[in-house]
Design a protein around this ligand. Structure first.
Ligand SMILES: Cc1cc2nc3c(=O)[nH]c(=O)nc-3n(C[C@H](O)[C@H](O)[C@H](O)COP(=O)(O)O)c2cc1C
Length: 399
């Protein structure tokens, strides 16, 4: 989704410059067209050659370079970019940007630039919390710059506190948000994700192979498109998406209660979790001991959360309802049956048999069936691309 985007990447003189080198590598890998501009101080930390090699392009370090020729670098580079980011952004560069300085190529380009601007501060926490830096960042916000607050933790100088350059995943979310359509602005979205685990003794449970990747991708992309996101997640090993409210729920009953408690807040509910249809009738107090014979486990049905939500539909202001069907056969017939039975606006059908689709894989191939039985089939995509496709469809259904 960052392919062919023209990104002007400003680097100023913080110890975190080496992390920016990794970001440039990731952007280039994603197919973005990255041009790096370094301040003189930045070149003291990492050589321009590193950035030139990683971006595959010339790196700019000064306004008065002898080989600039007839090109007016500080105007031309700014004209060509889709997005301008500064990472790491030092206290010094932030102060210059806030006050309209144009004393080096990076700050001059920022003044000439008309594209979206993102600032990723990185500095010691005392510098970051100083009134001057706070005031400078507030001013940049007023200019319409996106400010991505640094992380808290151990800093390079040995201090502990706020000021660490955010990780690539957070940076990537910010970049995608800058390019994403803001068609979910002001919408509250509930997304369920992952498996549920149904315990039958203190050590064991019944579960399924869902990894939560699809639901987490939906949560991240909804956030990028401007939504307030409530992610109700079964047990997964995935990292919490930034800016998303996460409610952990282990069992189907817990997930049911979490969905119902938040239902009134939602404009859209997307049930992508693989909720266990059954749970053990009784939870044994002690671990079941190994014996020689077979044992039987009695199962009772769990509530069908989607069906219950479908029954609530029709009242004014009821949210748009999206279900998932993980099928191993008769995919489309099953999808249509569930769409009708549960009164859904959209069902996303996926195949859990293939190795490149469904549970745990990083890719998926989905069929979307809407409330008018219109069918849309996707090619094999990453789960993130699938999520974008699903939100495109939901945004159209919301109109
Ligand atoms: C080892 C070292 C690490 C530094 N790290 C930071 C930093 O993380 N953030 C910051 O704002 N300044 C940091 N500085 C100070 C800046 O390099 C200094 O303010 C410089 O003038 C910034 O210039 P620039 O903004 O034009 O790149 C550091 C300096 C040194 C010597």
């Amino acid at each position: 989704m960052l392919a062919d985007k023209k990104i002007l990447f400003g680097v100023s003189g913080s110890i975190a410059v080496y992390k920016a080198a990794e970001w440039v590598r990731e952007l280039a890998k994603a197919g973005a067209d990255v041009t790096v501009v370094m301040t003189e101080a930045a070149t003291r930390f990492v050589s321009p050659l590193t950035f030139a090699t990683l971006s595959g392009r010339r790196v700019y370090t000064g306004m008065f370079e002898p080989d600039s020729g007839e090109e007016v670098t500080h105007i031309n580079l700014a004209k060509k970019c889709d997005l301008f980011l500064v990472a790491p952004a030092t206290a010094q560069t932030i102060a210059k940007l806030a006050n309209g300085f144009a004393d080096n190529l990076l700050t001059s380009l920022a003044l000439a630039n008309r594209a979206k601007m993102l600032i990723f501060p990185a500095m010691n926490s005392n510098m970051y919390c100083h009134g001057a830096t706070r005031a400078n960042l507030a001013r940049l916000k007023d200019y319409g710059y996106g400010i991505i607050e640094p992380d808290e933790g151990k800093l390079a100088c040995g201090d502990e506190g706020v000021g660490r350059l955010v990780d690539w995943e957070t940076a990537r979310d910010a970049l995608l948000s800058a390019f994403a359509p803001q068609d979910l602005l002001e919408k509250t979205v509930i997304i369920t994700a992952g498996p549920t685990c149904e315990p039958f003794d203190p050590a064991r449970h019944l579960s399924n192979r869902s990894s939560g990747k699809m639901g987490f991708a939906l949560a991240r992309s909804a956030k990028q498109r401007g939504a307030r996101v409530i992610l109700i997640s079964g047990p997964t090993s995935l990292k919490k998406p930034s800016g998303v409210e996460v409610i952990n729920s282990a069992t189907a009953l817990e997930m049911h209660d979490a969905v119902m408690d938040n239902y009134d807040r939602a404009d859209i509910v997307v049930m992508s979790a693989a909720v266990s249809d059954y749970r053990p009738a009784k939870l044994k107090e002690k671990k079941v001991k190994k014996g020689s014979g077979s044992i039987a486990l009695e199962l009772v049905p769990n509530p069908d959360i989607l069906k219950e939500l479908g029954k609530r539909k029709g009242k004014a202001g009821s949210p748009l309802l999206v279900g998932f069907a993980a099928e191993s056969s008769d995919h489309l017939e099953e999808g249509k049956r569930k769409l009708k039975e549960k009164k859904l606006d959209l069902i996303v059908v996926n195949d859990i048999i293939g190795t490149e689709t469904g549970f745990a894989s990083d890719t998926n191939q989905v069929s979307l069936i809407d409330r008018d039985y219109q069918l849309e089939k996707s090619p094999l995509l990453t789960k993130e691309e699938c999520a974008y496709l699903i939100w495109d469809k939901i945004a159209r259904l919301m109109q």
